[in-house]
Design a protein around this ligand. Structure first.
Ligand SMILES: *Cc1c(COP(=O)(O)O)cnc(C)c1O
Length: 386
């Protein structure tokens, strides 16, 4: 019988929350207009800039990651503007839907689910746009639905060459997992959410805004009120929020960012890289196939094909027997893949446990040999020791 309270979340959000952060979350709320709260906002906004590797404003919105992306889109664009949307998974699809809902003209650049977006497709369309009609390029860095990472640095360099369009990027499962060099790559809008690499529960989202994007805000005519970024910028000047923020989540954010600073950015990235490699090598040693092609693997989630068995049943067994929650496939991938989240507060023990659980279940339920699990763990160990 599963002990639910010890359930390991190995899904790409919500991710596990460290004890230090849970304790911060459990304090009594304080007034959001108090000096004490201002001190917290001052500390979190400084540390958010550090995490985003930027001098830009990083604004915090009480809402999920989608709120941050939608805010980026509706604050910088106007009715009838032309935008490029990169779409190679469920989240790419979502940004096309948001852009369409606000009456934007969308040029979609697609790649098959499981494959990365081709940067040259962006280059071609941007180079042909002599009239500078394209106002923004909207894309997802780490496509959580398929476990694919897109080459944001390269695509951003083509946006720079265009010299007119803004970049609006979903970095929800890349911030706090791998390098997102906001200033070096000249990213205009970077959106993310608290339940992913931040190691806190769902409820806050973050959006960094470049000077170029602020200029675009001045002429943007799309309707907005709660998500009007200018009001967030104005209140940030006095370390405050335009509305009542999720006060306790700010306590959690402050603690989580302190933990991240203690670990250091490079160490955080290296840990995610080790875990990603360990999982990908071990799964292949268990005779499973990775869904993401050409080694464009997301640092935070690995999608695995299940040709010979039902992925949903498999996930159910792993949850019941081992108290580990894995994610399933979305839309046409339901039942065909399962996904292992290795984002945020994840350690080597979690990685070894999930590999063992997958291996043991395959040995029991299919005819995987006992040796394969040993081999998989050996592969994982080699990656974890690096
Ligand atoms: C989780 C996630 C989001 C945000 O989803 P919300 O449910 O709105 O928090 C956006 N993009 C990606 C790639 C994600 O993984």
């Amino acid at each position: 019988m599963a002990i639910q309270k010890k359930l390991s979340l190995m899904i790409p959000g919500p991710t596990p929350v460290p004890e230090r952060v849970l304790q911060a979350l459990g304090s009594h709320p304080i007034g959001h207009r108090s000096k004490d709260f201002q001190n917290i906002v001052s500390s979190t906004s400084e540390n958010l800039k550090w995490l985003h590797q930027t001098q830009n404003d990083v604004l915090t919105i009480t809402g999920s990651g989608t709120a941050a992306m939608e805010a980026g889109i509706i604050n910088t664009l106007s009715k009838g503007d032309t935008v490029i949307c990169g779409e190679n998974g469920k989240f790419g699809e979502r940004w096309v839907k948001v852009a369409n809902s606000f009456g934007l003209k969308v040029i979609t650049i697609k790649a098959e689910w499981g494959k990365p977006l081709n940067p040259n497709d962006f280059k071609e369309i941007l180079e042909k746009d002599h009239k500078k009609e394209i106002k923004a390029v909207i894309l997802t860095h780490s496509e959580t639905s398929t476990g694919v990472i897109n080459d944001l640095e390269k695509i951003s360099s083509y946006i720079q060459n265009h010299n007119h369009a803004l970049s609006i990027v979903d970095c929800v499962t890349s911030i706090g997992a791998c390098n997102v060099a906001t200033d070096d790559w000249k990213l205009d809008i970077v959106a993310s959410g608290s339940q992913k690499g931040y190691m806190i529960p769902p409820g806050l989202s973050f959006v960094s805004v470049s000077d170029k994007a602020w200029k675009a805000c001045e002429t943007s005519d799309l309707p907005k009120f709660y998500l009007d970024l200018k009001s967030y910028k104005k209140s940030l000047l006095s370390d405050s929020n335009p509305f009542t923020p999720a006060v306790n989540l700010f306590f959690a954010l402050d603690e989580a960012l302190k933990m991240m600073r203690e670990e250091g950015l490079q160490n955080i990235f290296a840990r995610h890289e080790r875990h990603k490699r360990a999982i990908s090598y071990a799964m292949q040693a268990l005779d499973l196939k990775l869904f993401a092609k050409d080694n464009h693997l997301s640092p935070s989630v690995t999608a695995i094909e299940t040709k010979s068995f039902d992925a949903e049943l498999f996930r159910k067994l792993i949850k019941e027997k081992y108290d580990i929650l894995l994610a399933g496939g979305q839309d046409h991938l339901k039942g065909k893949i399962f996904r292992i989240g290795h984002l945020g507060y994840i350690n080597d023990k979690d990685i070894i446990s999930v590999i063992s659980a997958v291996g043991l279940t395959l040995i029991e339920e299919s005819n995987l040999s006992n040796d394969s699990l040993g081999k998989a763990l050996k592969k994982a160990k080699a990656c974890l020791m690096q």
